[in-house]
Design a protein around this ligand. Structure first.
Ligand SMILES: [Zn+2]
Length: 496
């Protein structure tokens, strides 16, 4: 058994901190070394690791997860190929009642869980993660960290060193030793409660990984583009992180305005995709776009390599299938629904989960030399564009982030673009809430986050209307003919 497997098992048994903060940090560093190598392993070795992890999850689910107790009883599911025998589940099922998917130790006793919520398909659903899995993630990110270091032109060791510069004293000592941060600033344009930031809190509590290094700066995604541009001018970040739709529209804003905005060397995006037009603008200005494919339900599903062509799938951490409407696997090269089975999480087990994205597996190996299979295409469906009174266009992800505090008091929520600058929330509050106060809170938040000219209506309902397919539309926008030419979720956002 590899030392990383033993450390991983120990971390899971103890619930996240077996060896004190320093010891746990060393354990994470040891595991990160292997994480760097795994993408290049012979694929059979990766599949062996995947099989061991699947076996562990199946054992765990059979013993502790109500939804799977009977389904897994006869042990007909043993390998990833057998996963197709299990029912395909989705966000609707999870939103209706998440508890059957939560493992017994994490619903009853005091074992710590990290709760977050995914909101694809109009349903807010709580997702549970155990703290040990979150800690393991601090090692897993090594797979894309090495790519980010290369693309941003930074030395890996210096990049790690700068992560520990949290105080002015440390900063001064580092400067004296030649480690500076001036040309290595990071700007994160992401919600304050975004999982990447929340998990850093867990890391900082249990390891020496600090919560907030000096060269990290934060902005909420609802910030107007000219404010973001001013930050770029002042900070001159080397790397920026945001949603895909944010960088897409920001690049169009920079292109349309005559202002001189220094773009970062590398822009890392997540959550949703960037249009071909946005990509061209980035290329023309020497800004490399880079993406990681992750989800609240799954953690890191895949990551781009230096080729930035597709996503290498972390199949040992999250098994991925691409299926047709009947749930049958489609051959590589054909587009289908992406169905995942995360293998890292112990607090909640989701097997055969239709995540709401479409994609196609590559038929060719990647020239970078990594053996992890490549998702050649990813057509996310997870965001729509909302147009505000002041002419700004925000993705539904950014809107949801701005209304995060209010949305947490709802069971379901849907936003409709009634007209440009006129939005209507349809919400189903948790039973006990004061409905009038909650509606007012939505209106007040809208005025604050989206500008006083944007009109917000709120309708409180007992349940949301469903489409003929029985699904909830998370975002209702006018038919395409009512919008500027070419308007759609991921490609060709309308430009003035
Ligand atoms: Zn590659």
């Amino acid at each position: 058994m590899h030392v990383s497997d033993r450390l991983e098992a120990r971390l899971r048994r103890s619930g996240g901190m077996p060896l004190g903060r320093l010891g746990t940090s060393l354990a994470v560093a040891t595991m990160a070394r292997r994480e760097r190598a795994i993408p290049y392993w012979p694929i059979d070795r990766v599949r062996e690791l995947q099989q061991r992890r699947l076996h562990a999850v199946l054992e765990h689910a059979r013993a502790t997860v109500p939804f799977y107790r009977d389904l897994l009883r006869d042990e007909a599911v043993r390998s990833v190929d057998d996963l197709a025998r299990l029912p395909v589940i989705d966000g609707g099922l999870l939103a209706a009642d998440p508890m059957p998917f939560v493992a017994d130790p994490y619903r009853t006793s005091g074992r710590e869980v990290f709760k977050t919520s995914g909101s694809s398909s109009g349903l807010r659903k709580p997702i549970f993660w155990d703290h040990a899995s979150l800690l393991l993630r601090s090692a897993r990110v090594e797979r894309d960290r090495v790519v980010i270091a290369r693309l941003s032109g930074e030395r890996w060791a210096a990049m790690i060193g700068r992560e520990f510069l949290t105080t002015e004293i440390r900063h001064s000592v580092a400067r004296w030793a030649g480690l500076t941060t001036r040309a290595h600033q990071r700007l994160l344009i992401l919600p304050g409660d975004f999982s990447n930031r929340t998990q850093r809190v867990v890391w900082s509590e249990r390891t020496m990984i600090p919560r907030r290094p000096v060269h990290y700066h934060h902005l909420p995604p609802s910030v107007p583009f000219d404010v973001a541009a001013a930050h770029l001018r002042a900070i001159r970040p080397r790397v920026v992180f945001s949603f895909g739709s944010y960088v897409d529209q920001f690049l169009h804003f920079v292109h349309a305005s005559s202002a001189d905005v220094p773009l970062p060397r590398l822009w890392v995006y997540l959550g949703d995709r960037v249009s071909a037009g946005g990509r061209e603008l980035a290329d023309a200005r020497g800004c490399a776009l880079y993406s990681v494919y992750s989800a609240m339900e799954a953690g890191p599903i895949g990551f781009q390599c230096e080729e930035r062509g597709g996503f290498h799938l972390n199949i040992d951490l999250c098994a991925v299938r691409v299926v047709d409407d009947e749930g049958r696997d489609v051959p590589a090269g054909e587009v289908g629904d992406i169905v995942i089975s995360p293998l890292d999480n112990r607090a909640m087990v989701l097997l055969n989960y239709r995540i709401g994205d479409r994609g196609a597996l590559s038929t060719e190996p990647c020239p970078c030399g990594r053996t992890l299979p490549l998702l050649a295409r990813l057509d996310g469906r997870r965001s729509e564009i909302i147009r505000l009174a002041d002419g700004r266009e925000l993705s539904s992800l950014a809107i949801e982030a701005a209304f995060g505090a209010e949305l947490r008091q709802t069971v379901q929520a849907q936003i409709e673009q009634v007209a440009v600058g006129h939005l209507r929330w349809r919400i189903v509050p948790y039973g006990a809430h004061d409905r009038a106060a909650l509606c007012e809170a939505f209106v007040a938040r809208g005025r604050y986050a989206l500008g006083a000219d944007t009109v917000i209506d709120v309708e409180c309902l007992d349940r949301l209307p469903t489409t003929s397919a029985g699904k909830f539309a998370r975002v209702v926008t006018p038919p395409v003919s009512d919008r500027s030419p070419g308007a759609s979720a991921s490609e060709g956002v309308p430009r003035g």
